[in-house]
Design a protein. Structure first.
Length: 105
C-alpha cells in the first residue's frame, strides 16, 4: 500500500518537473485586401476574430486591417468542410429592435 501511495504522489510531480508545456503559436497573417463580399461568407471565430473562408483562403479583419492566414492551422482545417457547406451569412438585422407603435385611444 505504501508503494502505491508513493507512486500516486510521484506521478503528478514528475509531470510538473518535466516542464511539459503545449506551445500555441499565433497564425501568420498576410495583410491584403479581402474579397468584396467576404463578410457575407460563413465564418468561425478564431483567436478572437471572425475568420471567413473565401476563395480558398481564411480572411479576417484585425486592428491592422484585412488579411489572410498564410498557413491553415489544424483548427481551421477541421472547420473548413462545415463552413463550405453553410449558407451565406445574412447581412443586417431583418427585424429591427424597436418597440411597436403605441396604441392611441
Amino acid at each position: 500500500m505504501k508503494t502505491m501511495t508513493i507512486f500516486a504522489l510521484a506521478l503528478p510531480a514528475a509531470f510538473l518537473i518535466s516542464g511539459c508545456v503545449a506551445a500555441v503559436r499565433p497564425v501568420d497573417v498576410e495583410y491584403a485586401p479581402a474579397p468584396a463580399y467576404v463578410e457575407q461568407q460563413p465564418y468561425v471565430v478564431y483567436e478572437g476574430y471572425p475568420t471567413y473562408y473565401s476563395e480558398g483562403r481564411w480572411y479576417r479583419r484585425t486592428p491592422q486591417g484585412w488579411g489572410y492566414v498564410r498557413e491553415e492551422p489544424q483548427e481551421l482545417r477541421r472547420q473548413r468542410p462545415y463552413v463550405q457547406q453553410a449558407p451565406p451569412a445574412r447581412r443586417g438585422n431583418p427585424r429591427p429592435n424597436t418597440a411597436p407603435p403605441a396604441h392611441r385611444r
